[in-house]
Design a protein around this ligand. Structure first.
Ligand code: ADP
Length: 460
């Protein structure tokens, strides 16, 4: 990874510098030639272009004098009488005191900014230092700014070579700096990734407590946060798995131990094999069977393998049927079991078997935790977009800090009482899971007048 990052940086740097060099070289060649041979040296490249243009149109230098006059000045008045037509004025500004002469292709003087009637011809040595004026490939004249340097034809190549060499040295220095930076940057970029890899390794080895330090808010920071979140979730899941295994072992041990003691007492003849003693052993067995069945349901929900048969159901008649089933048990406990419906209840999409399991658990809890001579009120409140079933009793209620805890696996407010009454401590945990699996909600609270209220709500 580090090598790949470094190589990527290097390729980008090399391509950028190579392109830069190419552009610099091309521009340098062009600029040097303009500077040396196209009047750039004297700021005359505009005048040169103007004169060449003039000759191309007129095929003669006659009348081209105004091109050498500065704009806004009278022509033909001796010294200072130089410059050009409108547009060259700016360019001429840099050479106001400079004499300029123009000769035709044979070297005969045709214009002189210091002589209204120039005469004679220029020698080849003078013409060598002049700016050639061209029409296509042919030389049609020479412009001779006074004080201009004389360059020979090889000078441009030498200067370009020197400029190129300087550019190569600059490129070399830039590459060295860029490579050092590439090493530093790839190290810096890889540091959090290395930390993440290390943390992932320790996680894979089973240490779920390791976290990475998150800095900034870029993609790597997000990755670090996600990693930490994942590690926390794993740690919680692992803790819950361990707790669950310990709880299951604990829950199984007690009824098994009781059952064993009773069976040994029968075997040793300490207790007679009476109907009463056998019923007691059977009760422990029933509790164990229920516990195993509850655990199986929870495992199915956890694995997402619980099969739901969702069908349009009239919740009101379903609840009525369940309440009827509990009537005799309520009568036995001297509990007044009431059922009422508010509003018009439309059919809703639920699994009636699983909803019956939830409501059955709530009613049997209410009956179990309600003393005799009391009541349990079940109400179904139907509105067009929500149906809420509440099971309220006038028992002791739930301690206010335990209204959420009662949905935890194996949580009981009173351990010995719950177990003595055949509770597994899994009923509400399963009920909530089943409700949520069908898109419903199950909550617990206490009524201000006392007693617990459990609410099962389905949105339509
Ligand atoms: P259990 O098998 O112990 O009843 P649940 O999961 O059904 O297990 O209930 C968990 C705990 O919630 C119970 O042990 C009890 O302490 C409390 N609880 C449940 N229903 C009621 C109720 N109607 N009134 C008071 N406490 C209740």
């Amino acid at each position: 990874m580090r090598l790949r990052l470094f190589l990527s940086f290097t390729v980008v740097v090399l391509i950028s510098i190579a392109s830069l060099l190419l552009v610099i070289r091309q521009t340098a060649i062009q600029e040097v030639r303009t500077f040396m041979f196209r009047g750039g040296m004297a700021g005359l490249e505009g005048v040169v272009a103007g004169l060449e243009n003039y000759y191309a149109i007129n095929q003669t230098w006659a009348g081209a004098g105004h091109l050498l006059e500065p704009s806004g000045q009278n022509s033909g008045s001796g010294r200072g009488n130089r410059g050009g037509q409108q547009g060259f004025g700016g360019m001429m500004a840099g050479m106001m005191n400079q004499r300029i002469r123009l000769a035709d292709a044979d070297g005969n003087l045709v214009l002189d900014t210091e002589d209204a009637e120039p005469m004679g011809s220029l020698g080849s040595d003078v013409l060598q230092g002049a700016i050639p004026l061209r029409m296509g490939r042919d030389i049609v004249g020479y412009l001779l700014p006074e004080g201009g340097m004389v360059f020979s034809s090889g000078d441009d190549v030498a200067l370009i070579d020197r400029l190129t060499r300087a550019a190569y040295i600059a490129a070399g220095v830039a590459i060295v700096f860029a490579l050092i930076l590439a090493i530093l940057l790839s190290n810096r970029l890889l540091r959090p990734i290395r930390a993440l890899t290390q943390a992932a390794d320790t996680l894979a080895e089973g240490d779920l407590s390791n976290r990475v330090t998150v800095q900034g808010n870029d993609e790597l920071a997000t990755l670090g946060q996600t990693f930490n979140q994942m590690a926390s979730t794993l740690e919680e899941a692992e803790a819950s798995r361990r707790g669950m295994t310990a709880d299951i072992a604990h829950e199984l041990r007690t009824p098994l131990a009781v059952q064993r003691a009773q069976l040994e007492a029968l075997q040793d003849g300490v207790h007679p094999a009476s109907n009463e003693n056998i019923t007691s052993i059977l009760e422990q067995n029933i509790l164990l069977t229920r516990l195993v069945e509850d655990l199986r349901t929870l495992a199915l929900v956890d694995a997402g393998q619980l099969q739901l048969e969702m069908v349009p159901t009239d919740l009101a008649s379903l609840v009525e049927r369940i309440v009827r089933r509990f009537k005799s048990q309520a009568d036995e406990n001297q509990v007044d079991l009431q059922f009422s419906v508010d509003g018009e209840c439309l059919e809703i999409q639920i699994d009636p078997g699983r909803v019956e399991q939830i409501i059955g658990n709530l009613i049997s809890n209410a009956l179990r935790y309600t003393p005799g001579q009391s009541w349990v009120k079940i109400n179904l409140d139907c509105s067009p977009n929500r149906q809420i079933l509440s099971v309220r009793d006038n028992g002791p209620g739930i301690p206010s800090d335990a209204t959420e805890l009662v949905f935890d696996r194996f949580y009981r407010v009173d351990h010995s009482r719950s177990r003595a009454e055949g509770g597994t401590g899994l009923g509400l945990a399963i009920a909530r899971q089943l409700a949520e699996a069908q898109g419903g909600e199950l909550t617990a609270s206490n009524h201000p007048d006392g007693g617990a209220i459990f609410e099962l709500a389905f949105s339509i």
